[in-house]
Design a protein around this ligand. Structure first.
Ligand SMILES: *Cc1c(COP(=O)(O)O)cnc(C)c1O
Length: 388
């Protein structure tokens, strides 16, 4: 059977170079980085080198990088950290309706349990946040704006630089969830003008359970995890040394080959998009076309049918894809992102995301294009919604 993995927005396979870099830190260099003897200092040195790689990849300083337990923890740290540090200054936060659940659920917690007031901005039918809407939503008690750099479901790349410029005209922090953007589009925190930026290792061929939060020098956050003095008192707990080393290697590789990988992925992406549009009726491409779409993202609504049945049929042929985000695919609720861009519940339910990786090739895309029209036809013929 074929095995065609098209769910890189959910997670990616670990790169061999990354695994090789990690292995010694799981075996011989097991010391605690806080210990002063050599075995500990070897681990501390490895973390320091990884920190330099992460900082370099986004134009930051090393002391501005906090290693975390992944993208979700980075998002929680940024939002709760800033909210709790600034609660006496104001309690208003601005975000968008299409953020990852790590942002949206955190906002809901801040609202429900801590008395914060959250504005959830609408997006247009391609998923773009209008910088003007951010401007209009800013208030005297606004302390934080968080807008994702690129959407994980429909691939929309948000105008982060423009939004940051508007936010920074005021004394307000600006955070962006860049988990999907890292390795796909160039990131320079100073050029973008962001105060905080979330990253995750396992979306860029690194290990799971590790990520980082960039926090601009001078930005105040209360640590989410209290305890020891690790990460300059901003994230307690003995470091995930091997994970951090792997993340460092993964982001270094991603940054080195960024343009080349992005061009390769854009070609595969557009081959898949064009092939589906040319061969299947009643399909809607979700998200924008061209340069404002993530190089690896394809998301279609196939009208009159359920995404879940498409997924099961694809799986029988060895093709792994997703019906929206992995986090919401366990539930029956349609994707909040697809609803926010204006789809009905029915149309949102018939949506599939193919997210590509550098291990994919044209032959695989052509195989997918060969089998998908038949799958859609078969399911539609059984669908009470479809009249042919
Ligand atoms: C995957 C993802 C996250 C969560 O990252 P984890 O490392 O899995 O916790 C957050 N935001 C976006 C946009 C993501 O795609």
């Amino acid at each position: 059977m074929n095995k065609i993995y098209l769910d890189h927005a959910a997670t990616t396979p670990i790169a061999p170079e990354v695994f090789a870099a990690m292995e010694p830190y799981l075996k011989e260099y097991y010391g605690n980085p806080s210990s002063i003897y050599t075995l500990g200092q070897q681990a501390a040195q490895a973390i320091s080198e990884a920190r330099e790689k992460v900082a370099n990849a986004i134009g930051a300083k090393e002391e501005e990088i906090i290693f975390t337990g992944g993208g979700s923890e980075s998002d929680n740290t940024a939002l709760k950290g800033a909210a709790f540090a600034l609660k006496d200054k104001g309690r208003h936060i601005i975000t968008s309706k299409i953020e990852h659940p790590a942002i949206l659920s955190t906002c809901q917690q801040l609202e429900k349990y801590f008395g914060f007031d959250i504005t959830y901005l609408d997006v247009d039918n391609e998923g773009f946040v209008d910088p003007d809407d951010v401007k209009k939503a800013l208030r005297d008690d606004t302390i934080l704006v968080t807008i994702m750099m690129a959407n994980n479901e429909i691939g929309t790349i948000e105008p982060i630089k423009e939004i940051a410029r508007i936010v920074k005209e005021r004394d307000v922090y600006f955070h962006t969830d860049a988990v999907q953007a890292v390795g796909q589009i160039p990131i320079d925190v100073n050029e973008l003008g962001v105060d905080m930026l979330s990253m995750s290792s396992h979306k860029i061929n690194g290990p799971k359970g590790v990520g980082a939060l960039y926090v601009r020098k001078g930005v105040k956050i209360l640590p989410l995890i209290a305890g020891g003095a690790q990460e300059r008192n901003r994230r307690a707990g003995t470091e995930n040394v091997a994970g951090i080393v792997g993340f460092g290697k993964a982001i270094e590789l991603a940054a080195e080959n960024l343009e080349e990988n992005a061009a390769y992925l854009r070609n595969l992406r557009d081959r898949l998009i064009n092939g589906i549009e040319n061969n299947i009726d009643d399909v809607i491409l979700n998200g924008p076309r061209g340069e404002h779409r993530l190089p690896n993202n394809v998301n279609f609504s196939f009208r009159y049918i359920e995404g879940e049945s498409i997924l099961l049929n694809l799986d029988m042929l060895g093709i792994a894809a997703s019906s929206g985000s992995a986090c919401s695919s366990g539930s029956l609720d349609p994707s909040h992102v697809l609803l926010a861009i204006g789809h009905s519940h029915e149309t949102a339910h018939g949506s599939i995301r193919f997210s590509l990786g550098k291990g994919n090739n044209e032959k695989e895309i052509d195989y997918v294009l060969e089998v998908v029209p038949g799958i859609i036809k078969k399911i539609r013929e059984m669908s009470p919604l479809y009249e042919g």
